[in-house]
Design a protein around this ligand. Structure first.
Ligand code: GLY
Ligand code: MN
Ligand code: MN
Length: 430
């Protein structure tokens, strides 16, 4: 809660005296008929409040820079709700436990917001995401002032400022991300170690989900468990095919802890031994990943990480005869992108593909201490690609780790999970 209070003060300092930030919580979403999806809080709201209930609204008023007044509109405690679903935190806890200056019933939002906005100059909120909420904001701005004070005339998207804050992780956030990575690594390792006794992609998926939930976590995104040719489908999530003897298995999965995600991929042989072609491509992806991770320091910009991976993969694919025409030509034409068609990573945090700009003023941004990213090069040879020798066809490999940008070498949050050919084979055959 102290951390959330600091974040609110930081945001207040950014929006400046006379500004108000209005941030709504997520709502429950219907899965079908009267059944809801498990509730997942909105990440911006969660970042600023630590409050995990639906349909609340946070109002941060900058009084003097980072000196702010914070109100939470939320559900009051309710005896009937308590009997059916467990109780809401309520208004008293909002003030004491969650450190809000004021707490009001959410039912009073439309009545009280015009008063909170009187005399303020501008509102920061998330615009264009929820048309109904945008309309309510405009309605409050146009409400009659009761105290002859002017109402705000400017409505500004808060995301740019708020997401710059979220991009640089605090010590607390790095601890949460490390826990998510640790639990994910343990789950991956247990699945990898048991793969010889598993029969179907489902078995691996179930093993991962078991380990996440029993560790107090949940899956951060639908796991990708693709065996054989399925590994070439980037967003494969059917996870229901028999594991092919002699094939590779690509497992892209991570859990979230306290909202913070891990995103980890390992690719390994179902029978515990890479064949010659699989090993050649695997070692190339691993070399590309090492080259890319070496660029995840404050001495480099965002694009340098991808460029290092692309350069290594392009040269390797040329050397293996998979890409023709020579390295210079393949780099220039981008012909290698047929086999490496995604970028090498993304920011990681509360969102798996976390918020924050990758470019500033048109330039690839300089990396800064506390940025967290994935580094995940891959090679995917389409099964029907007749331009390559049959031994390569249908091989899909990605290796993905989560790294923290540092001044020197990047810190790898997921370093505990084996990835060299020798370590992977040893774990599977142990
Ligand atoms: N699991 C999604 C990604 O790797 O970006
Ligand atoms: Mn991933
Ligand atoms: Mn990723």
């Amino acid at each position: 809660m102290a951390e959330c209070a600091r974040r609110r003060a930081d945001l207040a300092g950014m929006i400046g005296t006379g500004s108000v930030a209005v941030i709504p919580a997520a709502s429950q979403k219907v899965r079908s008929n009267d059944v809801y999806y498990p509730f997942r809080q909105d990440n911006d709201f969660w970042y600023l409040s630590g409050f995990n209930e639906p349909d609340a609204v946070l109002v941060i008023t900058s009084e003097h820079g980072s000196d702010c007044h914070v109100s939470l509109f939320c559900a009051p405690q309710d005896a009937r709700q308590a009997r059916w679903h467990g109780d809401y935190a309520g208004l008293d806890a909002a003030r004491t436990e969650y450190r809000m200056n004021d707490a009001y019933p959410i039912s009073q939002l439309d009545d009280l917001m015009p008063q909170l906005l009187q005399g303020r100059e501008r509102i920061y909120s998330r615009l264009g995401q929820d048309a109904g909420f945008d309309q309510r904001l405009i309605g409050w701005m146009h409400a009659q002032s009761t105290a002859q004070l002017s109402m705000p005339e400017e409505l500004i998207d808060v995301r740019h400022l708020l997401h710059e804050l979220r991009l640089i992780k605090s010590r607390f956030e790095l601890e949460m991300l490390q826990i998510a990575a640790d639990v994910s690594c343990r789950a991956h390792a247990r699945a990898m170690g048991a793969v010889c006794s598993m029969h179907n992609e489902r078995d691996i998926t179930a093993s991962l989900m078991h380990d996440y939930i029993s560790s107090g976590c949940q899956s951060a995104y639908p796991a990708i468990v693709g065996s054989g040719e399925n590994a070439c489908i980037l967003h494969y999530t059917d996870n229901n095919q028999a594991l092919p003897e002699g094939g590779l298995l690509l497992v892209d999965s991570g859990c979230e802890y306290q909202g913070y995600a891990a995103d980890i991929t390992r690719t390994y042989p179902v029978n515990g031994h890479f064949n010659t072609a699989q090993k050649a491509l695997y070692e190339l992806v691993l070399e590309a990943q090492h080259a890319a991770i070496a660029k995840a320091t404050t001495a480099h910009c965002w694009d340098a990480v991808h460029d290092a991976a692309a350069d290594t993969i392009c040269a390797g694919l040329c050397a293996l005869g998979i890409v023709s025409g020579g390295y210079e030509k393949a780099m220039k034409s981008g012909s290698y992108e047929k086999y490496f068609m995604h970028k090498t990573g993304h920011w990681l945090g509360l969102d798996v593909h976390d918020v924050g700009d990758y470019r500033l003023a048109g330039e690839s941004r300089q990396l800064e201490v506390g940025m967290v990213m994935t580094v995940e090069p891959g090679i995917y040879i389409p099964p029907a690609d007749e331009s390559v020798a049959p031994c390569w066809r249908g091989i899909g490999i990605r290796i993905e780790d989560d790294v923290v940008v540092s001044k020197g070498q990047a810190r790898i949050l997921s370093a505990a999970l084996p990835k060299s050919v020798a370590d992977v084979e040893t774990l599977i055959n142990a």
